[in-house]
Design a binder for this molecule. Structure first.
Ligand SMILES: [Zn+2]
Length: 120
């Protein structure tokens, strides 16, 4: 049996295509760092601001308590990585994606693809 046949036997193997506004993440968040000075803003009201972004409720800027710069909450660096957007692909029970595959998707979409890993 080769590896392709093995994948076909798995019940949970598959691909989900998400085409709506979404916060993409695999788990909780340890830090939310300012894109300007890297200050951790985990103790801010970032959750409320993310909800504002998701529901289009207006200004979702977060002002850094260190450098005083303001950026949209989606510009902050979430660790582990979170993504924000309108298109996502969930690969369930797949092996590592090949770099060439990711580059081809980036070429087709003309955007940088960001990977979020998760396990159940
Ligand atoms: Zn800052």
């Amino acid at each position: 049996m080769d590896s392709d046949n093995h994948i076909e036997d798995l019940i949970t193997n598959g691909l989900e295509v998400i085409t709506k506004k979404q916060v993409f993440h695999s788990d909780g968040v340890d830090s939310i760092n300012c894109p300007n000075c890297n200050n951790n803003m985990i103790d801010s009201d970032w959750g409320d601001l993310l909800e504002k972004w998701y529901k289009d409720l207006g200004n979702d800027n977060l002002k850094c308590s260190s450098c005083k710069c303001e950026f949209p909450i989606t510009s902050y660096n979430f660790n582990p990585f979170w993504g924000f957007g309108y298109l996502g692909f969930n690969f369930w029970n797949w092996g590592d994606l090949k770099v060439d595959f990711i580059k081809e998707i980036e070429s087709l979409l003309n955007v940088k693809v960001k990977l979020i890993y998760g396990r159940i």
